[in-house]
Design a protein around this ligand. Structure first.
Ligand code: FMN
Length: 345
């Protein structure tokens, strides 16, 4: 008999993969509710990082990324996701309802779910290998599927202007004790943790890429990239922008960011989401004016480039157990639930 909807095991496997999505400071600010015909994504506002993300933009982008990861996982398992964003205006934490319909899995679905497992945030310097224009075009097309532009900062003058805005934003944030203590809380944890940015994924020395500072997380132990002393980092910064700046636009930016990150990973590129330059409103506006022609709204910057071939892999960052982030809607639990102890990834 042909199934018309995925069984519980498939839904849980897809949710475990969805939870591999990147999130600001690895806060994983999401919850999932599983119904008979749909899966619901809920925001977890307790996990917002107020000093870093005062207006909750990073939280919504993180949730949009998890939503896209779920769509990718379902496609690989033979299900096409049909997603309804913000289905209930009276309940703003209810971010999306997803229904699944039979789908013929193709090679691209498999490539994306493989990238989902391979992707890591790589905060080190990248090599001098240029990112091919065709790769940037493909990433831009995948972002456009969600109504999001992905504008590359390639011109050296523009890069310099971006660097100045990013450095100023970093200095302003680092002068705020609430920001530094929030960062210290979430960063540099040991291996037993289930959240936050582990020490092993943070460079031991702060990284400045051609004048653009990477967020300076404390307590890192990741060895620097084995780049040559005079080698220029040829990574490209992609500014993701939307026409509107409401919740829907931010969720779409998250879906697009996930599509860009997975596409880059599929193409063999290293990636790093960067929100710090946009977390200080004045610099977010400057970046919008300079790179989005003064229209629309900058939502996230993604750095893409080739890691040196001899660079060791960045360790996978942890995730909370699936049992902590999902629940069945009343009356929906299967007779023999499997979730306890099931870990994402
Ligand atoms: C909205 C958003 C903003 C982020 N901002 C930054 C950032 O400014 N700097 C950084 O190094 N990583 C940033 N990250 C990456 C997260 O720290 C990373 O996804 C998280 O630690 C989990 O690690 P993983 O991506 O390797 O799975 C951001 C991720 C998201 C989704």
């Amino acid at each position: 008999m042909t199934r018309t909807r995925p069984d519980h095991e498939t839904v849980l496997d897809a949710l475990a993969l969805a939870c591999r999505a990147p999130s600001v400071h690895n806060t994983q600010p999401w919850r999932w509710l599983v119904g008979d015909r749909s899966v619901h994504l809920m925001a977890d506002p307790q996990r917002r990082v107020p000093a870093t993300d005062p207006d909750g933009r990073d939280l919504l982008i993180s949730c949009g990324g998890a939503l896209h990861h779920l769509e990718v996982a379902l496609a690989a398992f033979g299900w096409r996701a049909v997603t309804h964003l913000l289905p209930n205006p009276a309940e703003p934490e209810h971010l999306a309802a997803v229904q699944a319909y039979p789908h013929h899995t193709d090679a691209e679905d498999i490539a994306l779910v493989t990238a989902l497992d391979d992707r890591r945030t790589d905060r080190r310097a990248y090599s001098s290998w240029a990112v091919p224009t065709g790769h940037l075009d493909l990433m831009a097309r995948r972002a456009a599927d969600f109504g999001v532009v992905a504008v590359p900062v390639t011109d050296p003058v523009e890069r310099h202007q971006f660097a100045r805005a990013a450095a100023s934003a970093a200095r302003e944030q680092e002068a705020d004790p609430a920001y530094t203590s929030e960062l210290a809380f979430w960063a540099g944890r040991g291996r037993s943790t289930e959240e936050g940015v582990p020490a092993g994924a943070i460079p031991a020395r702060t990284v400045d890429v051609e004048g653009v500072p990477m967020r300076a997380f404390p307590a890192g132990s990741l060895a620097p990239s084995p780049t040559g002393e005079h080698e220029q980092d040829a990574s490209v910064l992609l500014v993701l922008g939307t026409t509107d700046d409401d919740e829907t636009a931010r969720l779409r930016a998250g879906q697009a960011a996930s599509a860009v990150l997975l596409t880059a990973t599929e193409l063999g590129l290293a990636t790093c989401p960067m929100s710090q330059p946009l977390e200080v409103p004045r610099h977010r506006e400057r970046i919008r004016d300079r790179f989005l022609d003064g229209v629309g709204h900058a939502q996230l910057v993604v750095r893409v480039g080739y890691a040196p071939t001899s660079a060791p892999a960045v360790p996978q960052s942890p995730r909370r157990p699936l049992a902590d982030v999902f629940a069945y809607l009343p009356g929906m639990a299967p007779a023999r639930p499997r979730a306890a102890g099931h870990r994402p990834g």
